[in-house]
Ligand binder design. Sequence first.
Ligand code: ATP
Ligand code: MG
Length: 289
Amino acid sequence: MDLKPDREMTAMTNDGPVPVAPLMSMFDPIYIGIDEFGQPVYTSVIYRNLLAGGEPGGGKSGLLNAICGHAAMCLDTSLVLFDGKRVELGPWQPIADEFVVGGMDHAISVLERLQKVLDNRYEWLAHLIDFGSVRRKIVPTDNVRVILTVIDELALYSATYGTKLQQERFVVLLRDLVARGRAAAMPVVVATQRPSHDIIPTSLRDLFGYRAAFRCTTPNSSNIVLGNGWAEQGYNAQDISPENQGQAYLLTEGGTPQKVKVCYLSDDNINDLAKHAKWIRKPMSGGVA
Ligand SMILES: Nc1ncnc2c1ncn2[C@@H]1O[C@H](COP(=O)(O)OP(=O)(O)OP(=O)(O)O)[C@@H](O)[C@H]1O
Ligand SMILES: [Mg+2]
């Protein structure tokens, strides 16, 4: 069989060649779709948090699945998934470290465990100074796993399921994860239909540096996702046609929103990827899990 060396199996980005599976890493750019000119669009969630919003059926879960698909192929990454509807991220459940559905006790205990990991990672970074190394974030050579938390339909946890007290506890813990997770290689990706203040406190929403606005029904809703003032400058997700599902304005830190048509993974695609991910993640004799 004529097998090419892995290093020759590459995808090109502005930053040069990126190895394709099985050598993918969460530190690599993530392919999420094409722009208005048909050019590939890559993003990154390492050291970043991403908030996706927009009307029902706009394509938010499609984006989350594209990101999960990349993460699934990364042996340096663990997935922690919250899927209030159960079926959106369900195929990734076998490879996820945690898969939370509707139970608020479970949701809160998973966030508490993530908080503990955060504390441990910051303590470890702080102790590096004793060895003469001042470090403010985890880097690939640390060999520390990226823990990607993906929450589909945040509103179910912050405003629907459980008691008011549980919802508040969930939001407090999530705020800590979003605020501190970045440098600890624990990024968070969240989707919700309308991230207004009754669903996600403004203080938490503002911590998400990256935004993806799928079709919205009003300019105000678009501004709630992207940030104030963008609709007035022409970046208005109300302009996206209802038939154009998967189209979004993507705002990354410091830039202007960019139109992206998110790559859509069919159920079959997702099942194939999840199956492959399970295979490459199977415990090895060397102990890789
Ligand atoms: N990138 C895409 N390209 C083509 N079609 C898409 C794309 N994304 C989504 N769709 C279509 O739109 C439908 C709804 O998408 P999706 O479930 O991602 O929406 P959503 O924003 O998560 O909706 P909800 O708020 O109800 O969860 C999909 O079942 C699919 O048919
Ligand atoms: Mg959805």
